[in-house]
Design a protein around this ligand. Sequence first.
Ligand code: GDP
Length: 311
Amino acid sequence: MINKDSKIYVAGHTGMVGSAIFRKLTNEGYRNILTATHKELDLTNQKATFDFFEKEKPEFVFVAAAKVGGILANNTYKAQFLYENLMIASNVIHASYLHNVKKLLFLGSSCIYPKFAPQPIKEEYLLTGELEATNEGYAIAKIAGLKLCDTYRFQYGCNFISAMPTNLYGINDNYHPEHSHVIPALIRRFHEAKIKNIPEVIVWGSGTPKREFLFADDLAEACIFLMHHYNDYGWINVGSGEEVTIKELATLIQNVVGYKGNVVFDNTKPDGTPRKLVDSTKLNSLGWKHKIPLKEGLHITYQDFLKKYGS
Ligand code: GDP
């Protein structure tokens, strides 16, 4: 069992999810957390990864390292999204097997389910239909990672598990103007419009698609919960059940930022999938539920944005 003295490697600790896991572990009193920056350790490099595991011998591993981005980045850097994510998953999972890691948690994503999966999406819908073409590379790599966890459990008896988070947002998000996801994109756009007195803000698409959002710190808590309580095949959905239309989301962000101008929907931009809601019954029945409501999470996220980019 994981305890406060266990040696825990958080791969990807500078990213939004990894930093949330690192923060949560630290706040809960875990005192032997191992990290390495991208510069110190390139997880796409097999030898470097194997050497790191041989030297450090972590007991527990959270795999939050990945190449991630919104629809445009995924669609543009297709080869990088496939190659880098495949290499990270293969190297970290195999190194964990070679060096007898006691337990590993790998992260998938709700966007790797079939494009037209019935809603809410249950775990067993994976690989039952075509993937969304724009993020196929990312999805194939993440599906390979999930299957590595299950096959290493089957063949070698490794206690490797996986979680499938819904759309995430929070502290340390990526605010790139084109390559980010909708929440950081709109926080930035509304904020810039407010300080520059721009009369209108453009929101992509029709405003009608629905999305479920989870604050990254809630996901971190769920990951630590699963490290304690789940030891089996398969992947566990991690959602909030809090679903809003993009129009409702835009209004929420507009209010959080305090922008008084108009909101205009640009129908020439893609809507993406109409709805993406995961069924979190499995996780909820294990005894975990999210804590931070969307509105509160947006306030915290905007404060974090102001601290870093406010000026
Ligand atoms: P998705 O859940 O994989 O589609 O990821 P996104 O976060 O990129 O997009 C979610 C929804 O928000 C889509 O319907 C987008 O069209 C919409 N959206 C509205 N404005 C923006 C924006 O400025 N950036 C992004 N990425 N999406 C936006």
